[in-house]
Design a protein. Sequence first.
Length: 220
Amino acid sequence: MSNILIIIKEKESGRNLQTRLNELGHVCAVASFSDNTGERNPGVVPELVMLETSGADPAVLQELAQSLKAKYKAVMLAMVTNELLNKADDYLEMDDFIVQPFGNRELALRIKRLVKKGEGINEIIRIGDLRIDLDSCEVRAAGKTVELTFKEYELLKFLIRERGRVFTRETLLNKVWGYDYFGGDRTVDVHVRRLRSKIETSEETYIETVRNIGYRFKKD
């Protein structure tokens, strides 16, 4: 599942593409070219932006693409069009393009390739519906941005990088809080509890309690 932002000249004309992407398991938002970039897809950073560009002015597309690249950094841009490109220089900001009509298999493969390419630019860890961008320190669960404190984030980062290994509370205190920390090991319990409440659901558990020992992040 990926978060995808569709930008199109008229919002209603993007509903068909949104429906197809939803059927493939992706979460989509639709915006028009005229929407302010700060208002597009509020609260969720997309992994891919798809611009339905048929009939659009190349100069407008170039300006829009540059704005999106600046706003979302490593997010991939894909152009959806019903015409072959006549002047490739007009679309240099695009990472890929797909010409209509196209099947769902081709659409799914292109999205998978682009999202993977975007993850390669930033160091990103993805497990289930949990996504951690280690470059931007952004955490998302079930497609939504999760606000963590510094220690919650450091604890999550340590556990997820060592997933499958069990750590005692004392070890976690030393590794995350440091040897000069004088608080008790109940600090770890409190932070684990808060972290779980932010990233887990009744259907998805990431941090496991190992009785009489401590905690571990579940294996993939």
